[in-house]
Design a protein around this ligand. Structure first.
Ligand code: GLY
Length: 359
């Protein structure tokens, strides 16, 4: 597989995304090209990914003249917290990281978000490189510069926009994912087709299985990253077009929140959120009839839930539509057709009535 390269053009924050098999072994050479002056590199990984790929990446960085150190955090969302962030700061300072050095994230979205936020804030910001190893991180969180930790009051509440200097993705890393973790990433893959690319959606529907996607994985990753690249270039700070990436997310996050972030994974909640958004869009006359049915069939084929049952008061509270929050407006991302998302402002009270009729 020849490597495919995409450039995210953001002026002096531009960077390349490399997609190719066995790129983990070339990570050092690619990092050296992106960071000619860096010496020390703090490689942050987790307890699942470190044992699988840590040595390969460290050896590759050493061969390219870096002095790397591996820092391992426990796998799981609970590592995106202030305590782990503090531990990273300590580890960075103990290894003597300077402003010309760098942080590398080797792992999924939790590792990328946590170490990216640490990179954005240590010494007022050091260079950061993403080596995403899950499907979700490869198609979404490693691209676009959103980094964050969770606070007791909610997810991603302390964060920054901190673009990586380079993204290196090796599709072979996906072979070690469980089916559930692979499916989690597929929710975001399907989302890209729904919001931006009808042909891509048809390609996914024509081979609706993990094997079908892995048979064309480089092109799937390239398509998703290219679609995200375009929207990030247009709206880096998420005040306009980037909001379209939230299709299924406003409704999905509420399932996650109502389940206290334990019952449903992000991908499962987004899958059900997208189906719910398609159904609401049809009722509002924005989304063509039949869209919800096709979407439900597609997410189900990939092992994701097309609906999540939830008590209406819990769900309404989670989305901010409880009695105190029902005044004012909310924007939902809806589909005006396959591959065509629109921002749909509406009254919160209207959304509540629609949901009450539906859930
Ligand atoms: N994951 C959505 C975004 O990067 O804007």
């Amino acid at each position: 597989m020849d490597t495919k390269i995409l450039q995210v053009s953001l002026g002096d924050r531009s960077y390349d995304i490399h997609i190719g098999t066995d790129l983990l072994d070339q990570a050092g050479a690619l990092c050296r090209r992106a960071l000619p002056r860096a010496g020390r590199v703090a490689v942050v990984t987790d307890s699942n990914v470190g044992p699988l790929y840590g040595t390969r990446v460290l050896e590759s960085l050493t061969a390219a003249g870096f002095t790397p150190g591996l820092i391992t955090v426990p796998a799981g969302e609970s590592s995106k917290c202030l305590a782990r962030l503090g531990e990273l700061y300590d580890a960075f300072t103990n290894m003597g990281l300077t402003r010309t050095d760098a942080v590398v994230a080797l792992g999924g979205g939790v590792v990328g978000d946590l170490s990216g936020f640490a990179a954005a804030t240590i010494l007022r910001g050091v260079d950061f490189i993403q080596i995403p190893t899950t499907l979700l991180a490869q198609v979404d969180s490693s691209v676009g510069g959103k980094v964050a930790i969770d606070l007791p009051a909610g997810k991603n509440l302390a964060g920054a926009f901190w673009q990586p200097r380079l993204v290196v993705m090796d599709p072979a890393c996906l072979n070690t994912l469980t089916d559930d973790t692979f499916a989690d990433g597929m929710a975001e893959v399907i989302k890209y087709g729904c919001i931006f690319d009808r042909d891509f959606l048809s390609r996914l529907a024509a081979a609706p299985s993990r094997a079908g996607v892995m048979g064309q994985i480089q092109s799937v990753l390239y398509t998703c990253c290219d679609l995200k690249r375009k929207v990030v270039e247009q709206d880096e700070r998420d005040t306009g077009a980037r909001m379209l990436l939230n299709f299924g997310h406003t409704l999905g996050h509420a399932y996650e929140r109502a389940g206290h972030y334990e019952t449903w994974t992000h991908g499962q909640a987004v899958a059900a959120g997208m189906c719910l958004a398609a159904g609401l869009g049809q009722r509002l006359g924005v989304t063509p009839a039949g869209t919800e049915k096709k979407l439900r069939a597609l997410v189900t084929a990939f092992g994701l839930p097309a609906e999540i049952s939830c008590s209406m008061p819990d769900y309404a509270a989670a989305i901010g539509l409880d009695k105190k929050g029902v005044g004012g407006d909310i924007s939902l991302i809806l589909l005006a057709g396959p591959g065509c998302a629109v921002i749909h402002p509406m009254k919160k009270s209207e959304l509540l009535s629609l949901l009450e009729a539906r859930i």
